[in-house]
Write a protein that binds this ligand. Structure first.
Ligand SMILES: [Zn+2]
Length: 144
């Protein structure tokens, strides 16, 4: 073997070069350990985003609630996606998709079902009131 610093011959048993004193690399030494992958940090906010997304979907028919849970779900999920070196990125993405879907559904429900339904209900109530008024007038006329 030859010294890789000065190039002089080194007998195989020697661990340092007799010429320059440089250490001789041990050919039997194990390869330097691969740097272990840093531990992934838990991603609680991603789980929070997923829970909010599920709540948004569950309550999408209910006026009010899905807007709070939906916005919270979107914010938590984005925070979970952006969190550096964290696990459960997929959970955060799922939370974001569910939150956005839930928000969209709740807006759809509000404008397509809830508002027309309430309007129709109020119109019916008004109609019923006018019937009652008419009936009252008729009744009074009959009595008098
Ligand atoms: Zn040497």
């Amino acid at each position: 073997m030859y010294c890789n610093k000065c190039g002089s011959y080194i007998p195989s048993k020697r661990t340092v070069c007799s010429n320059c004193g440089a250490p001789v690399p041990d050919p039997n030494a194990p390869a330097p350990a691969v740097e272990p992958e840093p531990e992934k940090r838990p991603n609680g906010i991603a789980a929070g985003g997923l829970v909010m997304g599920i709540l948004t979907l569950v309550f999408c028919w209910f006026p009010g609630i899905p807007f709070f849970t939906g916005v919270a779900g979107v914010l938590f999920s984005i925070a979970g996606i952006l969190k550096k070196n964290a696990r459960a990125k997929g959970v955060a993405v799922a939370g974001l998709i569910l939150s956005v879907t839930g928000l969209g559904l709740s807006v759809f429900m509000l404008f397509v079902i809830t508002i027309p339904g309430v309007t129709r209900y109020l119109a019916k109530a008004e109609e019923a009131k006018s019937y009652a008024r008419t009936a009252g007038v008729v009744l009074r006329t009959l009595i008098m």
